[in-house]
Ligand binder design. Structure first.
Ligand code: AHM
Length: 339
């Protein structure tokens, strides 16, 4: 059967969206294009990671006290580079860097947006050929245009995001991004070197069959989470279980699967780490924005992720995200209703 579908590239798609908004300046499209360009460079390196001596430790620790792999450094430099030289971004925050970086030059000071990103999430999986990803978040500045960006631009609650997205470097490379108009996914067509629209208007199924959690931490979870997770494993009227357990340890891959197929991803707090592992600004807010725009939900177990007022760029939060009905069931356990 002949496939008669018009191929639309990322650029064509964002330009088409701009046409619907004659007052738009094109800065956001330009920023998304910059992110796509950096992602293509990272894709090339990720794909030859097994061939060249780019694997291994860069010999430094990141601000979280974790080992930095060389590809993390490479990816970080690509994203910082495109945004610094682009026309839309006044500054960045990166999971790899201690502090925000303000691009204090004439063009950047006039730019409307700041961008926060985790350049290579799931990097402990690089050595073993498991999917990894990039996660990013875009905010409109609250500081005065014409002057350098300030810390307040970066410390906005997630509900102020104008766009958020992720790239997944997996069996194919994809870029998925959300704006208030919805969520769309683009797959890298390597024959032309372009991201092309492959998943238009993504909707997260209301429920699903997957639950994703690190079971190794089970005995450290709070009681309500233990009960919900146990409910996922057995025939249970309240949770709708049993569900299939899928956990790669690469959040981009885990949440991507659950976004497309339906499911719930959890990284709860533990006795040792009450705020869990994941970073609010670099990992949780962008995914919360994307999944909510697709019809799902995201909370820290008690409140909506997007309503949390951040106090510092590297703060962590417990994280629960996924299909609406599964999240409602979890919520019932957290509030004691589903006991
Ligand atoms: P990393 O980028 O240092 O690998 O950490 C982030 C990753 C997430 O992608 C993933 O969901 C989580 O850490 C897995 O953590 P754990 O191994 O504790 O389950």
């Amino acid at each position: 059967m002949a496939i008669n579908r018009i191929i639309q590239t990322l650029d064509e798609f964002t330009i088409q969206q701009l046409r619907d908004f004659p007052q738009a300046t094109g800065e956001l499209s330009s920023l998304l294009r910059d992110m796509g360009l950096a992602a293509k460079r990272v894709h090339v390196e990720v794909n030859k990671a097994g061939l060249v001596d780019i694997l291994g430790d860069a010999g430094t620790m990141n601000v979280q006290g974790e080992e930095v792999k060389k590809l993390d450094v490479f990816a970080n430099n690509q994203f910082v580079g495109v945004l610094r030289h682009g026309i839309s971004c006044a500054g960045i925050g990166s999971e790899e860097l201690d502090d925000i970086v303000v691009f204090d030059d004439e063009i950047s000071n006039q730019s409307k947006y700041v961008c926060l990103f985790d350049p290579l999430d799931g990097s402990s999986n690089i050595d073993v050929n498991v999917s990894i990803g990039t996660i990013f978040s875009v905010y409109r500045r609250v500081s005065e245009l014409g002057k350098p960006a300030t810390a307040a631009d970066f410390l906005q609650p997630g509900n102020m995001q104008v766009a958020a997205g992720y790239m997944i470097y997996g069996s194919s490379t994809m870029m998925v991004y959300a704006t208030r108009r919805g969520v769309n996914g683009f797959t890298l067509d390597q024959s032309i070197g372009e991201f092309t629209l492959s998943h238009p208007d993504i909707k997260c199924p209301e429920t699903g069959k997957f639950y994703s959690v690190n079971h190794g931490n089970f005995f450290q979870f709070e009681q309500a989470v233990k009960e919900y997770v146990t409910g996922c494993q057995k025939k249970d009227k309240t949770t709708g279980g049993p569900y299939t357990q899928r956990y790669i340890g690469s959040m981009v891959a885990d949440v991507h699967r659950n976004l497309i197929k339906g499911g719930i991803f959890m990284y709860p707090g533990t006795v040792d780490k009450p705020n869990g592992k994941l970073r609010l600004l670099y990992e949780c807010n962008p995914f919360a924005f994307i999944v909510e725009k697709a019809g799902g939900k995201a909370t820290d177990g008690r409140q909506r992720i997007l309503d949390i007022q951040p106090t510092e760029v590297h703060q962590r939060t417990p994280f629960f995200i996924g299909s609406k009905l599964m999240m409602d069931e979890l919520e019932g356990f957290m509030t004691g209703e589903n006991k």
